[in-house]
Design a binder for this molecule. Structure first.
Ligand SMILES: Cc1cc2nc3c(=O)[nH]c(=O)nc-3n(C[C@H](O)[C@H](O)[C@H](O)COP(=O)(O)OP(=O)(O)OC[C@H]3O[C@@H](n4cnc5c(N)ncnc54)[C@H](O)[C@@H]3O)c2cc1C
Length: 504
């Protein structure tokens, strides 16, 4: 008989793990707190508009190819490369900087702003690229059984990269570029990791390499939720059962094994093996009652910024908006270093806007735009009260209207807000932290909550707060790592071919 695996949570990590395990002959069943699959990679439909809830683009697209290939499938997702990759609006400049992968074209954007931009950018990206390739397999794409193993791996990384461990991204950019504009734009990758460039180690300059040289950025034809829908459809074809509105609250054990998980209605869910796609740190504390992960300890960990998101359906087309847009305010250093640890909403917020209706017309009625606005804000440890949410949303919408010269308020057909409390309650994101645990050097690799439980031999983890970390392609890598763990510990029932396609 095939071994049965219960996966708790249908985020991308859970779905990708289900796809890999079902390809290997495991019987898979999934339980999910929300009313539909996807976790943060979700969808909101309101008044004729369709919005992707969270992720709007991704790098390292080849990780999706690898996922499907590993399961004997051709990648069914139509991934569109973005060009320009994004645009950045500064408050003192009417026109945005368009960020191109082509460095010659990009250099034109910085003419008169940064001397010898192309030369400097090439040198910066060369270093970042070398670091990417020197660590990809040695550090990132692997499981660790001990800290010693991690140290042994670190020793294999060429010594020339060591300064990047001790500097922040901002310090590294300061050494390489002169203009504030280039430094700020290149440092935005830190926010993709959910942190500020002043706290993010310079090793993550490798993200500049992935966005500008290695692979670029992509979105999905038909909207990002197609990723969730496609994987769910494949899993259903394989007989995987989904149970929504089911939240795991506690567990039962027999010796060193989980014998069942208990949901909010006291129903017991049993399997041979269990994979939690719930946050790997807070699940250990709140569901397993581990001392090391009690609230006081969790609060001391370094969490990524919380999202404040607005979904706005508007009448009319907004010519000045590109597909992916960053709107920055003044005093970048002061803003980024202070704003995330206070209990007040930002007065002049920095935010990101995605208009997916520009490439996916079905997401909005004719001659309308569906705007997704994301403003990083303090998590609930620092700002537990969000009664000012309407005011903050109005403030952002007013600022955006002025900058794109379009009266958004007067043309609003529908509006929805998710504040950090909503994000926490919907998907069990710890204190509303958007991307899970941060990626400081004390919270990565062997120092991040493991994908294999410390106590129970049949419990594993996948998702943003376990290894290797957060972001769509990274949790896909995480699904490969946890599958390897399970294969090593329990063997593979049998390798199968699915959907009539050859296993490659
Ligand atoms: C606003 C926002 C924008 C983002 N933008 C991008 C982007 O552009 N590009 C990118 O690459 N990444 C982006 N990310 C990050 C990306 O969304 C995440 O890294 C990724 O989706 C995390 O997937 P996961 O596997 O950890 O699962 P999650 O998305 O966390 O899903 C976990 C699932 O488990 C369920 N669950 C939790 N606890 C329980 C329980 N006890 N019982 C039952 N079910 C439970 C939850 O309801 C949820 O559905 C963004 C994130 C946010 C919040």
């Amino acid at each position: 008989m095939a071994k049965k695996v219960l996966i708790i949570g249908t985020g991308l990590g859970g779905l990708a793990t289900a796809l890999r395990l079902s390809s290997r002959g495991f019987e898979v069943e999934m339980v999910e707190k929300h009313h539909q699959a996807g976790g943060r990679l979700n969808q909101i439909k309101q008044d004729g508009f369709t919005f992707d809830t969270g992720p709007s683009f991704f790098s390292m697209s080849y990780e999706f190819d690898e996922l499907f290939e590993d399961c004997g499938l051709n990648n069914p997702l139509q991934m569109n490369e973005l060009d320009p990759v994004y645009s950045v609006y500064f408050s003192d400049r009417k026109e945005p900087f368009l960020i191109y992968k082509d460095l010659k074209k990009l250099a034109k954007e910085f003419e008169g702003i940064e001397d010898n931009f192309e030369e400097k950018a090439k040198a910066y990206l060369k270093q970042a690229g070398e670091l990417f390739h020197d660590t990809e397999y040695v550090i990132v794409k692997r499981n660790y059984d001990s800290i010693l193993q991690y140290i042994t791996s670190l020793i294999k990384v060429p010594l020339k990269h060591t300064p990047l461990l001790v500097r922040s991204i901002w310090q590294e950019l300061n050494r390489r570029f002169d203009s504030q504009e280039v430094k700020v734009i290149f440092s935005l990758v830190a926010f993709f990791l959910g942190d500020t460039p002043f706290q993010t180690p310079a090793v993550y300059s490798l993200l500049n390499y992935t966005e500008l040289q290695h692979d670029g950025y992509y979105n999905i034809q038909g909207g990002m939720y197609k990723i969730t829908e496609t994987i769910v459809a494949l899993l259903k074809e394989r007989g995987v059962k989904f149970h929504y509105d089911t939240e795991i609250k506690s567990f039962e054990k027999t010796n060193d094994k989980i014998s069942g998980f208990i949901d909010q209605n006291d129903k017991k869910w049993t399997a041979d093996l269990y994979v939690s796609n719930s946050d790997a740190a807070s699940f250990r504390g709140l569901v397993l009652n581990r001392k090391k992960f009690q609230e006081k300890k969790l609060d001391k960990m370094h969490w990524t910024l919380a999202p404040f998101t607005i979904y706005l359906g508007v009448q009319g087309k907004i010519d000045k908006l590109h597909h992916h847009n960053y709107f920055l305010g003044e005093n970048f250093e002061a803003y980024a270093s202070d704003i995330f640890k206070t209990s007040v909403s930002p007065k002049k917020p920095y935010y990101y806007v995605n208009a997916s209706s520009q490439s996916n017309p079905n997401a909005a009625p004719e001659n309308c735009e569906n705007l997704f606005i994301l403003c990083p804000v303090p998590d609930l440890r620092f700002k537990p009260d969000w009664s000012d949410r309407e005011e903050l949303a109005d403030n952002i919408i007013k600022d955006l209207s002025e900058r794109v010269e379009f009266d958004l308020k007067a043309n609003t057909l529908t509006r929805k807000i998710l504040d950090p409390i909503d994000w926490m309650e919907k998907f069990n994101l710890y204190k509303g932290s958007g991307l899970g645990l941060a990626h400081g050097l004390n919270q990565v690799a062997a120092l991040r909550p493991k994908n294999k439980d410390e106590e129970f031999k049949n419990l594993y983890y996948v998702g943003a707060s376990t290894t290797p970390g957060t972001g769509l392609p990274i949790v896909v890598i995480g699904s490969k790592l946890v599958t390897e763990r399970i294969e090593n510990d329990h063997g593979i029932p049998h390798k199968t071919v699915r959907s009539g396609l050859q296993r490659v």
